[in-house]
Design a protein. Structure first.
Length: 105
């Protein structure tokens, strides 16, 4: 049992959390922010209430956290590209589903 625990700990120790975080933020935060700004501009032009915009931003943040967790555990149901980050920034958790459908078809 100790041998298995040592193997697991060694593989966990070699996992590069700092490098993954740096890569994730450098390559995704700009597309994510552009998606949120695009939604904000559309809401301002169409004069939607700010309450709805807050809900969309919260949904977008939840989608971004889901993408981050997927990247952290190296689960690639959605390729981590600028398009997928933009879709998540624009549509939140629905953006993850749209990215999956876009890349699977």
């Amino acid at each position: 049992m100790e041998k298995l625990a040592k193997i697991y700990f060694d593989s966990f120790e070699s996992f590069d959390f700092a490098g993954l975080s740096k890569f994730f933020f450098e390559n995704s935060i700009i597309s994510y922010i552009v998606g949120i700004l695009l939604i904000y501009i559309v809401f301002k032009l169409l004069k939607f209430p700010f309450k709805i915009f807050k809900k969309i931003v919260v949904n977008s943040v939840i989608g971004y956290v889901i993408l981050y967790v997927l990247a952290l555990f190296k689960v690639t149901i959605v390729p981590f590209t600028y398009l997928s980050y933009f879709l998540v920034g624009s549509f939140g958790t629905v953006g993850i589903i749209l990215s999956y459908l876009f890349y699977s078809i």
